[in-house]
Design a protein. Structure first.
Length: 319
């Protein structure tokens, strides 16, 4: 669903700040080739990444799917990727086509590491190190690890995602009572909270490092909602019908996730809007498929990817 910064179709994924209305014919829904990945997307929406086991897959608009054997016994889906950097965090490694899989150093006193996210310029890696059953958030800069610590009264923590320059991270700290999302910068670590909810689990941070999205639960896990937290502002529910938020654009103005309308997107103009119904209302054909979930939105907020089902088989869609 290509929405530029200079055009706006009422109800499309763009910010609604443009000066003219975009033609409905510009909205595109495609099913990518069988096997095309959908775990991560580049900043401009032209490349997707993903994989299983020791195989990494890359799809590029106009070039199709390329498969890489990464050469280590790792689980590709356990890591993360920075949007546009084409450096992939996989277990204890960072993989690039030019270098292959390079192992991260383990700080003294810790038993193992897990890489989760990579900065756009590839010099920072976010993840965690292990000490027995406990995890400690960690940031590697040019290969050197720095322990980030955990929130007061918490014993363990992970990194979930990082901004494009690696100066802001989000993750979760754990104690015997709850799971608490945090926001970290080089100067401080603070809680990411939503009033009325006990647990917050982050899923993504915007590339500019100012917005965190995820899912919040009540104390007994009986009620849940998608949340959005902006730096310096109290967390809030994304909107009625939004159950979880899985990703956010670079500037925090487009959020995607799952809820009662199915796979949804959110922006300031429309609020929570079911993607499948929206596309049908705009006259966009779904190629005999059903949209089941959204996995990512591009950093520029113009393109989303996810899982659709056609003839009983899962396919990656791109809109």
């Amino acid at each position: 669903m290509k929405i530029t910064r200079t055009t706006f179709l009422m109800g499309a994924l763009g910010l609604g700040l443009a000066s003219r209305v975009r033609a409905q014919s510009d909205i595109v829904y495609d099913l990518l080739p069988t096997g095309a990945p959908r775990d991560f997307i580049s900043g401009n929406g032209r490349i997707t990444w993903g994989g299983t086991g020791a195989q990494l897959k890359r799809w590029e608009l106009g070039n199709g799917v390329t498969t890489y054997n990464i050469g280590v016994a790792s689980n590709v889906t356990a890591g993360g990727i920075s949007r546009g950097a084409e450096a992939v965090a996989i277990d204890e490694y960072v993989w690039q086509e030019s270098t292959g899989a390079v192992a991260l150093s383990v700080p003294t006193g810790y038993g193992g590491v897990r890489a989760v996210a990579v900065s756009r310029n590839r010099n920072k890696v976010g993840g965690y190190v292990t000490q027995g059953t406990l995890h400690m958030p960690c940031l590697w800069e040019n290969g050197t690890p720095t322990l980030l610590g955990v929130l007061p009264e918490y014993q363990s923590g992970d990194v979930v995602d990082m901004s494009k320059d690696g100066t802001a991270l989000t993750g979760v700290c754990v104690n015997q009572w709850n799971y608490q999302a945090y926001y970290w910068t080089p100067t401080h670590m603070e809680q990411v909270r939503l009033e009325g909810y006990w647990h917050t689990l982050p899923h993504a941070i915007s590339d500019d490092g100012q917005t965190v999205v995820g899912i919040a639960y009540t104390e007994n896990w009986s009620s849940l909602t998608a949340f959005v937290w902006r730096n310096g502002i109290e967390g809030a529910s994304v909107g009625a019908g939004a159950v979880t938020a899985v990703d956010v654009s670079e500037d925090g103005q487009v959020i995607v996730g799952h809820g009662s309308p199915g796979a949804y997107f959110w922006n300031v103009s429309l609020g929570v809007t079911g993607l499948e119904n929206y596309l049908v209302e705009q006259g966009v054909g779904l190629k005999d498929s059903d949209i089941h979930e959204i996995t990512r939105v591009s950093a520029d907020g113009t393109t989303i990817i996810g899982r659709a089902v056609k003839d009983g088989a899962s396919r990656t869609f791109r809109a």
